[in-house]
Write a protein that binds this ligand. Sequence first.
Ligand SMILES: *Cc1c(COP(=O)(O)O)cnc(C)c1O
Length: 455
Amino acid sequence: MAKESDVLRMAAEMALEYAASIDSRDATPTEAAIAALVEFDEPLPDGPTDPTEALTLLNRIGGPATMGSTGQKYFGFVNGATIPVALGASFIVNAWDQNAALPVMSPTAAKIQDVSSGWLIDLLRLPKQTDVAFVTGATVANASCLAAARDATLADVGWDVQRDGLFGAPEVNVVIGEMAHSTLRKSLGLVGLGRERVTVIPSDSQGRLRADLLPDLDGPIIVCAQAGEVNTGAFDPFDEIADWITERGGWMHVDAAFGLWALADPTRADLVRGLTRADSWATDGHKWLNVTYDCGIAFVRQAGALRRTFSAAAGYLPPEDGFEAAHNTPQSSQRARQVEVWSVLRALGRSGIADLVQRSCGAATAIADRLRGAGFDVLNDVVLNQVLVRLNDAATTERLIDAIQSDGRIWCGPTQWNGAPAMRISVSSWKTTIDDAVAAADIMVECAATMEDEK
Ligand SMILES: *Cc1c(COP(=O)(O)O)cnc(C)c1O
């Protein structure tokens, strides 16, 4: 059997080799690589095997069948890649194997929680006392913020959700935009507010909530705004929404899964106007900040609100001692995902994060320009890192997406926009330069031309 150090050295070398290969490989694995995954279909071994065998199999069969989403040629969903310092920090934090649930379990995790929270609040110019909790992704960050919102708005009318649940509770008006992300409804369902029991406000042509259509409502209100519509990258009119909620009292939450990082870019002040007036914000680290999965971040303005919702009492738990992740998140035991976030903030600094945002947005604009020049319809105002396009009609657009995906060099996905298919291009990798973006757009144009020839 291999020694511990040999196992780890082998894994590190395989990871290095993978990272080094990403620039030259296609965004999509080959069909042969995907077909070879059947090699994993083996019976559970009866007993121990040399651990290097498992690693070798993983590297030989698993690696080639990955999507190249950590490279510069992947434009699907809003996925994000991994900055080397984040990958390195993740090696180290996994070697530490700390339980970040409580400071007593990991002084390092607790210190880095405090430092990274302070830096995020500073970078994003959020209110000083804001509580910052690391969770698994934006879906859970939204759910965490909405659970805190639910408990706070109902506490204001004398109802204790944690003690009594929601049966018989006063009604809470939940208001969302027509183009809210599908997972926002999942989060609402998860916290008992209901996926469909919501007031839906129509959106404008870019997918922004029409604040002028917000109705008059009585009683507890939670309004869910959005920074970064997944197709267009559009931001809701936060100032108008904040004015509306200030007049009535209530809680303003923002799903800012990727859009929150625009706050770090001083050139995007117009886009983010009013965003920091919210009561809570949910974002992802694993998308645009380019840290490893799975990392989401919940920000709640009202200090202690997360704790009211998520504290768990047990006899063996020590008395409160600084920020206790186990009592401020849905998780108890948890990995120290703040370490990767800290590493990126430490290595890039304020201007490096602003550059990251600007680079992606510049690349998106370059793609839009190139495609527009080639006769594609660019359907959105490219205000951020998202480009939404159609080629001629619905059928041609669908064929184009198929052609690009089977070409395999780059990857873009489909979406529906105004009831018809469109192609969505998201620039979320730190690696994608303007040159990469133009080269990718050239491939899209080439695929369209080849398709025409084949007709
Ligand atoms: C991706 C995304 C989510 C969900 O984030 P996960 O990290 O996948 O849980 C929610 N809202 C928006 C706007 C998103 O882009």
